[in-house]
Design a protein around this ligand. Structure first.
Ligand SMILES: Nc1ncnc2c1ncn2[C@@H]1O[C@H](COP(=O)(O)OP(=O)(O)OP(=O)(O)O)[C@@H](O)[C@H]1O
Length: 290
């Protein structure tokens, strides 16, 4: 799937501006950004639900807006299953079968069994976690190639989250599908996604393959006789400072910053492993929820 320079303007407000990237089956792509950055609008555009003001979404080179049958290769799972709450599981399966020609009911039933989900007369009566699991299982049962998930693990307990992560990873490893996830949970994305796209004010601020991103920065712990020298604070990203102990990020290839640090003779200089979360906190400024 190619996202080709899409822009979306709603009521004279630019929600998305010139977004471009490619999604290759076999990958999990994380879309991160602060509230209101445009993640949901982007996912809904990729599913063909919203038509961009400019640009196009193509699958194998063909526009999903000019060839609507291609939309059956995508499924968008919203962050709240409110819209589905009055359906029974049976009705929902019937509905999805009519939209997705390759819907795999056997697979759905096998996964429902595995996660002890009984068929129900009203999906709204499932617990929040069961609803999330069920909608995810249904999404994979559609056999769509591009699964678009809006905050799939938001508000779920650790056990359900693990189950969801497990299904995601198994699906992508075994089948020719791509999963595109918007999430605030950077620690989970780090575990799952190979590709991370940071959206800021409707634009792609940065797009990194996880491994190459970790090569850009170095996380170090520093201890000085007194508190962190101001000159160092100004030339690094300070992640944390407790008394004389500071944790900072520095560009990996910057000898100038390394020299600056050593000129202050730290009592301790230790490299720590860097997480995706560290990077985004530095990039977006001091907020765990990007
Ligand atoms: N139909 C609409 N009419 C007017 N404004 C809209 C519409 N849809 C989205 N917006 C605006 O576009 C911006 C991006 O919204 P979007 O829901 O895509 O962001 P998001 O990154 O998914 O946010 P969140 O993390 O809070 O879900 C917001 O400022 C929102 O108010």
């Amino acid at each position: 799937m190619e996202v080709k320079h899409i822009s979306k303007v709603i009521h004279h407000q630019t929600i998305l501006a010139d977004i471009e990237f490619e999604v290759i089956p076999g990958n999990i792509v994380g879309i991160v950004g602060r509230n209101g950055a445009g993640k949901t609008t982007l996912l809904r555009s990729m599913a063909g639900i919203l038509k961009p003001t400019k640009g196009d979404i193509t699958i194998d080179g063909q526009s999903i807006f000019l060839k609507p049958s291609l939309k059956a290769q995508t499924i968008f799972v919203p962050d709240s299953s409110e819209a589905l709450k009055n359906y029974s599981t049976k009705e929902l399966i019937y509905l999805y079968k009519s939209i997705y020609p390759h819907f795999d009911q056997q697979y759905l039933e096998a996964l429902m069994n595995r996660f002890s989900l009984e068929p129900i007369n009203k999906i709204g009566n499932y617990s929040k976690g069961m609803k999330a699991l069920f909608t995810l299982i249904v999404a994979f049962a559609t056999k769509a190639k591009y699964i678009l998930l809006d905050e799939p693990t938001d508000g779920l307990d650790v056990i359900i989250k693990k189950q969801i992560l497990q299904i995601l990873i198994e699906e992508v490893a075994d089948k020719d599908v791509a999963v595109i996830i918007s999430s605030h949970r950077l620690d989970e994305l780090e575990f799952m996604a190979n590709d991370v796209i940071l959206i800021k004010d409707g634009r792609v601020d940065s797009h990194y393959e996880l491994d190459s991103m970790k090569e850009l920065y170095k996380k170090i712990q520093l201890v000085f006789e007194t508190e962190l020298p101001e000159e160092i604070a100004e030339n690094t990203y300070v992640l944390e400072q407790t008394g004389r102990v500071s944790t900072v990020l520095i560009p990996r290839d910057s000898t100038a910053v390394e020299e600056l640090i050593s000129s202050y003779h730290p009592l301790l200089y230790e490299e720590l492993s860097m997480s995706l979360e560290d990077y985004f906190i530095a990039k977006l400024g001091g907020d765990d929820n990007v």
